[in-house]
Design a protein around this ligand. Structure first.
Ligand SMILES: [Zn+2]
Length: 236
């Protein structure tokens, strides 16, 4: 099966939290969207790999994701190894996505940073004709990086006003991680849960483009414009 969009994330729930609204919007637009999670989440303080597998299925269904694969790399041990790149090359050749979504490349969690680099390298390697990996060569046309919770300037914001509630619903599938968070003392901001946090961040990014809610992305290339008359985002 060919996919239009392939999201590559380190942990189950990363894609939902950082750019779930955009994934739902792409599905709403009729694109075929898949997710590859690199790990099973077995190092998480809460839940288990088995439970997070069930939760990930629930979230994928809510978002309309048609393929969800798991590379079963060790959680907290996602390393920049050639064998891991090759595992991703297999999937890129199998699904031939036009667009690949990766985490932003600078991250505190090594799994996130390495996921970004593994995905970036795999997109290139998948296009090498002489690389002996099953499937036809394929190099995705575009790679975008999610910057939604990073303090870096983004290249663009996707309007997810219509998708925010469904995004929060998808994240709520991860009951082992986020249920009754407000009462917990180990959260980053006391009294606030991940849902408040996602809504606040989405409102901030939305405000940058004059809509209620948004998600932020960066690209490495300069953005190309065919018709300056059709630029979105009103100048004030
Ligand atoms: Zn993560």
């Amino acid at each position: 099966m060919k996919l239009d969009v392939l999201a590559i994330a380190a942990h189950r729930d990363d894609a939902e939290i950082t750019y779930g609204g955009t994934l739902i919007k792409l599905v709403d637009s009729g694109y075929k969207v898949g997710i590859v999670d690199l790990t099973q989440g077995e190092m998480g303080t809460r839940g288990s790999a088995r439970l997070r597998g069930i939760e990930a299925k629930c979230a994928a269904k809510m978002m309309g994701i048609i393929v969800r694969e798991n590379l079963k790399l060790p959680d907290s041990g996602v390393e920049l190894r050639r064998e891991n790149k090759i595992k991703l090359v297999r999937l890129i050749r199998k699904y031939k996505p036009h667009l690949v979504i990766l985490p932003y490349w600078e991250q505190r969690h090594p799994d996130h940073a390495n996921c970004s680099r593994l995905g970036y390298d795999a997109c290139y390697l998948a296009g090498l004709a002489k690389l002996k990996v099953p499937g036809e060569t394929h190099r995705p046309y575009k790679i975008i990086y999610s910057t939604s919770f990073r303090e870096v300037a983004c290249s663009f914001v996707v309007d997810i006003t219509e998708q925010l509630e469904r995004k929060l619903g998808a994240v709520a599938c991860y009951k082992s991680q986020f249920k009754d968070m407000k009462g917990r003392k180990d959260v980053l901001i006391p009294g606030m849960d991940v849902f408040d946090f996602m809504r606040i961040r989405a409102a901030y990014y939305g405000s940058l483009i004059g809509v209620r809610y948004g998600e932020a992305f960066m690209v490495k290339e300069t953005m190309a414009v065919q018709d300056p008359m059709k630029l979105l985002g009103r100048s004030i």
